[in-house]
Design a protein around this ligand. Structure first.
Ligand code: ATP
Length: 340
């Protein structure tokens, strides 16, 4: 593996891929100015590995032969073998160069890609939650409740955007209101801890629903996150309604903490599959109230916008923006770039 400067362009055409636990999305960027050519979304379970998926789902469907690739994956990128979280694929970029005829592969974290996407997100690809007026060009944060709770910062410094992906979904989540103090003892913990991800993800919705049931002495009737959100949005099941309301409060609380940590005057963006599914609830007052409830910094919080990302392929768009103009971004590629 060789080291190359962060700003070094990858050669076009560039294959772009966003590989999640369930779905893999690909497109090809022919040059800096062209719109990416998109391919149908693939289910990771349908393919033995990523090489099969790229061969059958992309290369067999176009006469364009990519020369390089940038891939975003859910999983740690620490070695030449990259196992994916919630998926049986293992990426071996050096082997992929040989088998797919690629000269250059960069692999980054999926939430870094989400962060790259919000650097230049237009109004039609986001929906504001609340209204704070004009938004400065400044650091941002992305939070994504989905299978887990992904968090990344996008630090704006020296006219470049630096994505910072850590493990922000695993910060502690604490009780604040009287109701929180009655519900929190019943939230299932991880090694004694109520981390944000114990509540703010798919299984977390069910965890929270069960805790509200226990606090009220009600027998839980639902066990699937989609059923809880459907019942909550429908408005007839009081426990499910309160579960969604508390979910919005806790997401606002953690989003506010992340905004404080990154001084994200440029806004907090909610990505992840669940955001879209519960958007009407997030637009109720609870989310924003909890976001702003950060004494002694409430005045600051009232100036920070919050958005739901509505772009259906935001990570791919972020990767494409980076592939076009890597000099606008500070993406660390050391140990994450391979040349064939
Ligand atoms: N209607 C719904 N309401 C609440 N949670 C849901 C709903 N539908 C699915 N989920 C939950 O959302 C999670 C999946 O989230 P998401 O769609 O963001 O996937 P992901 O983690 O990004 O993976 P991938 O990138 O492979 O699609 C699962 O935990 C699932 O149970």
């Amino acid at each position: 593996m060789l080291k190359y400067p962060d700003t070094d362009h990858q050669p076009f055409p560039i294959l772009i891929g966003d590989i999640g636990g369930t779905n893999a999305r690909f497109s090809i960027l022919i040059d800096t100015y062209a719109e990416p050519k998109e391919f149908p979304i693939l289910r990771t379970a349908d393919f033995a590995g990523i090489e099969d998926a790229i061969q059958q789902g992309v290369l067999d469907k176009t006469s364009i032969q990519p020369r390089s690739a940038i891939l975003a994956v859910a999983g740690p990128i620490h070695s030449k073998e990259i196992p994916l979280t919630n998926c049986h694929w293992v990426l071996r970029p050096a082997d992929m160069c040989a088998s797919l005829g690629l000269e250059d592969i960069v692999v980054i974290n999926d939430f870094e890609a989400q962060a790259l996407a919000v650097a230049s997100m237009s109004d039609e690809n986001r929906e504001e939650i609340g209204s704070v007026g004009k938004v400065p060009v400044a650091s941002r944060v992305v939070l994504g409740p989905g299978t887990g709770l992904g968090v990344a910062g996008l630090v704006h410094v020296q006219r470049r955007w630096i994505p910072v992906s850590g493990e922000g979904g695993h910060v502690d989540l604490g009780p604040r209101s009287e109701r929180d103090f009655s519900v929190f003892p019943h939230i299932e913990r991880i090694e004694g801890r109520v981390s944000a991800e114990q509540v703010l993800c798919g299984r977390g919705i069910v965890n929270l629903y069960r805790a509200v049931c226990k606090a009220d002495g009600v027998k839980p009737a639902l066990s699937d996150p989609a059923d809880v959100t459907a019942a909550g949005l429908g408005g007839n099941d009081a426990v499910a309604v309160e579960t969604l309301s508390l979910f919005a409060t806790y997401l606002g609380r953690v989003a506010g903490d992340m905004a404080l940590a990154f001084m994200a005057r440029g806004g907090v963006y909610l990505a992840g599959g669940i955001t879209q599914k519960i958007l009407p609830v997030l637009k109720q007052p609870e989310f924003r109230a909890a976001f702003e409830d950060k004494a002694p910094h409430s005045a600051l919080m009232r100036t920070i916008p919050t958005f739901a990302v509505t772009h259906p392929q935001a990570a791919l768009a972020g990767l494409a923006a980076y592939a076009r103009t890597p000099t606008n971004f500070g993406v660390a590629t050391e140990g994450r770039r391979w040349r064939g």
